[in-house]
Design a binder for this molecule. Sequence first.
Ligand SMILES: [Cu+2]
Length: 131
Amino acid sequence: MLLVLALLLVACSGAGGSTKPPAGVCVRTDASNAVTLTANNLQFSTACIEAFVGKSIVIHFTNQEAAPHDVVVFKDSSKKQELGRSDIVTGPNASTTLTIAPPFPGQYYFECTIHTAMNGSLIVRGEAPAP
Ligand SMILES: [Cu+2]
């Protein structure tokens, strides 16, 4: 319970989602616009996913620990508009897949709704990367 409160405090004290992540730290989707995301030690494996428009974005999510996690993508960190929600999975090594189709290029926001300190940016580029 204390841990949950601490995580909520951390989440509320951060500005969240409005800052651009530094270049070069994003995990890029592959040519089919799919990416693998894992959760362990109450953290996602990356705080930035970079995808491209024109094809649905597929997030293969694996929870490597016994704490339950999900992945929910929102338009921004206000969380008013939800673009997609995975199942809650409880590991170790439990997987689910989330498919979303953001309509426009831009910076979106994802988080674990159970531990909102687990969050990151989904950056959608305007064009598919050159093969
Ligand atoms: Cu979580």
